[in-house]
Write a protein that binds this ligand. Structure first.
Ligand SMILES: Cc1cc2nc3c(=O)[nH]c(=O)nc-3n(C[C@H](O)[C@H](O)[C@H](O)COP(=O)(O)OP(=O)(O)OC[C@H]3O[C@@H](n4cnc5c(N)ncnc54)[C@H](O)[C@@H]3O)c2cc1C
Length: 366
């Protein structure tokens, strides 16, 4: 049987960032990925926003790793020539009853340490973004957008340069605890012995945890898939900043906002609805068009009545419908008799922003 120091399961942004971070420190690292290349799931089906950390409750991993990740990511992208823009964002109120929410967000962001937040008038917002209709808002200068494909490609190639082996088309079927580590069984019928296993399997991360004998319901690791769709209109111009509404009160999502690409073109989304089954279903239809028609015209002055669906992703959520905030799970399972198994579960937004900070955190844990 082959053996290695570390196996990383999953080549999304988190697994790739972990490979990049750990590769100068460990000689033998293997990344096992079931698809034929990296980034085929959530990491390439999202808004590509570099979040600031304004939204999350204080002292949570989401707040801390988002703030740290924001800083690490800008520095990495600048030095490694990954396309991005630190364009800033407006979180806006379009009705009077949303104004207290904006004020609360600003206070929360300041308590989290987000720099440079300021309250702005509707007039200031429309001077910066003439297509936007807002009563007032909070300006978040550290938010931005990136090209997630380029980011992941850099993580992969720099990890390879440091000796990391990537095994694509190799799904992990089961993990077994053995005396000196873990035997990782693949769906190709191979087994590899590893001292440390890092589970970055995204939408499959609860199943990986279950395969090593963890009761995922008792542990609170059972994922609930929550789909988000994007809609586009041919009548939108380019924008310079991101525009977000106040987040949905049920904590399901940040609300339908502009998703801006690095050339300034925009689409709208994502909405958020739980899938009945945990099945990866990226099919697209216009069934929820009304939801977009009821929200986008509230903050965009242009005629967007031609909107149609153009993309989607699925959030690996720990929080079920109507449930309270859940934080990222990133932990060594030593207290379950599985020392050396690091589970990363429920890595929904701001997981992309936090990817380098999550990698740094994993490096501290192992
Ligand atoms: C609609 C939407 C919008 C979002 N917007 C943002 C945003 O603007 N900013 C932000 O910071 N975050 C955002 N996020 C969150 C962000 O995209 C995720 O947190 C991040 O991409 C998670 O990366 P990951 O590597 O954990 O998961 P993934 O990218 O899903 O990677 C997991 C990998 O594991 C592999 N895998 C699964 N099971 C197995 C197995 N058994 N064996 C081997 N490989 C396996 C998969 O094939 C996949 O490649 C958004 C998410 C969604 C859905």
């Amino acid at each position: 049987m082959d053996s290695t120091d570390i196996i990383i399961i999953g080549a999304g942004a988190v697994g790739l960032a972990a490979a990049y971070e750990l590769s100068p420190k460990y000689r033998h690292i293997i990344v096992l990925e079931k698809e034929d290349t990296f980034g085929r799931h959530t990491s390439s089906r999202n808004s590509e926003t570099i979040h600031s950390g304004i939204y999350y409750p204080q002292n949570t991993l989401k707040a801390k790793l988002c703030l740290r990740g924001n800083e690490l990511l800008y520095s990495f992208m600048k030095h490694q020539d990954v396309s991005h823009i630190k364009c800033g964002k407006y979180i806006i109120a379009t009705s009077k009853d949303e104004i207290p929410e904006i004020e609360k967000l600003k206070i929360n962001g300041e308590l989290n340490g987000v720099p440079g937040l300021s309250l702005v008038t509707g007039h200031e917002i429309s001077s910066a973004e003439p297509d936007v209709n807002a009563l007032m808002g909070v300006h978040v200068p550290t938010a931005g957008v990136m090209n997630s494909y380029e980011l992941m490609k850099r993580f992969e190639s720099m990890s390879k340069e440091n000796g990391v082996l990537f095994a694509y088309r190799t799904g992990v079927s089961r993990i077994e605890k053995v005396h000196d580590g873990f035997t990782v069984h693949t769906d190709r019928g191979d087994s590899i012995l590893a001292e440390v296993v890092i589970n970055c399997a995204g939408l499959g991360s609860d199943m990986i945890a279950a395969s090593c004998g963890i009761d995922v319901d008792a542990a609170g690791y059972r994922l609930k898939y929550c789909k988000g769709e994007y809609y586009k209109s041919e009548n939108t111009g380019r924008m310079k900043s991101l525009v977000y509404p106040v987040p949905s009160p049920d904590g399901k999502s940040l609300g339908i906002h502009t998703r801006m690409f690095t050339d300034g073109t925009i689409v709208f989304g994502p909405n958020a609805y739980y899938l009945k089954k945990n099945e990866i279903d990226y099919s697209l239809n216009n069934d929820r068009r009304d939801e977009f028609m009821n929200s986008v015209p509230l903050f965009i002055k242009r005629d967007v009545s031609d909107m149609s669906v153009c993309d989607c992703g699925i959030r690996p959520k720990l929080q079920g419908p109507g449930e309270k905030f859940r934080d990222f799970v990133i932990r060594d399972e030593g207290d379950r008799g599985l020392k050396g198994l690091v589970n990363c579960i429920g890595i929904e937004s701001p997981g992309l922003t936090s990817s380098l900070a999550i990698a740094e955190y994993i490096a501290e844990i192992i």
